[in-house]
Design a binder for this molecule. Structure first.
Ligand SMILES: [Zn+2]
Length: 273
């Protein structure tokens, strides 16, 4: 019964809320990380993007007006993570809030001595457990040019959301049955220890040193690298890369390496304004 209802809802959403061809093409052209996917995968991604937008609100804050292109750019990057998994990984929250720039969340928390602390640091993005994903638009836009920015805010925050499905963003999300939790924890922890030591030693790392902050940040930052520069992640931490190929159901480095062997030219880059 529920399955039939789900199928009906899905068909209705796909029929009613399609993305116009020109808008879809503009979004695809703006995101170099989508170049690795073939036409069939892009069609599936477009369908997931429609369903994502059917289920979630993407709303502006502090006067930011979310354009149709911005909505699609945010949604499609969120859907890349679940292309071979399940859109239901994003159940349990409804909104993505977009700010015109970095924002100060002003969370308060109490330490063990009962002293209340407040965060006044501006953030580019935030994923709240059971709550919205919050994004600064300029930081989302910067990710279109990975080579310069070296970050992908949407992938980062949605990786945290996936990690939070079983509570804290601790680098250990609920795993598909084909992955062992012991192996995941052992390999991720060893790689994080190694990375943190390299950062502590002052090494100029290919991966954003922010990943050394905690196992949760390590998982989110390495997820960015997995999708935006998979060959770099495979070169840096091959064991983690292999686990991620199973976790996300995609082996993008193998494809890129095969394309390079066949001499497939890189399409030109686009930058979102
Ligand atoms: Zn983070």
């Amino acid at each position: 019964m529920f399955e039939a209802l789900g199928r009906w809802r899905r068909r209705r959403a796909l029929a009613a809320l399609s993305i116009p061809d020109a808008l879809w093409q503009e979004a695809v052209d703006a995101l170099p990380l989508l170049r690795v996917y073939d036409d069939g995968e892009l069609a599936k991604l477009r369908e997931l993007t429609v369903l994502f937008l059917d289920g979630k609100g993407i709303v502006g804050a502090q006067g930011h007006e979310v354009t149709p292109l911005q909505r699609v750019l945010i949604a499609v990057q969120a859907c890349v993570l679940v292309l071979y998994r399940d859109l239901r990984w994003y159940d349990g929250f409804e909104n993505i809030v977009v700010y015109p720039g970095e924002f100060v969340p002003r969370w308060e928390w109490q330490d063990e001595a009962g002293v209340v602390h407040r965060n006044d640091e501006p953030l580019a993005g935030e994923a709240m457990e059971h709550g919205p994903v919050v994004l600064s638009w300029p930081d989302v836009a910067a990710a279109a040019d990975w080579e310069t920015a070296g970050m992908n805010l949407v992938i980062h925050e949605f990786a945290h959301k996936i990690d939070m499905r079983d509570g804290d963003a601790n680098g250990c999300p609920p795993l598909p049955p084909d992955l062992s939790a012991d192996e995941w924890k052992a390999k991720l922890t060893a790689a994080w220890d190694d990375f943190a030591a390299r950062v502590d030693a002052g090494e100029d790392t290919a991966i954003d040193p922010y990943a050394a902050h905690s196992p949760g940040e390590f998982f989110a930052v390495l997820s960015e690298v997995f999708f935006a520069d998979p060959l770099a992640l495979r070169a840096e931490y091959a064991g983690v890369y292999r686990l991620f190929t199973t976790f996300y159901g995609q082996d993008l480095a193998a494809r890129l390496a095969a394309d390079a062997r066949r001499g497939v030219a890189e399409p030109r880059r686009f930058v979102v304004k």
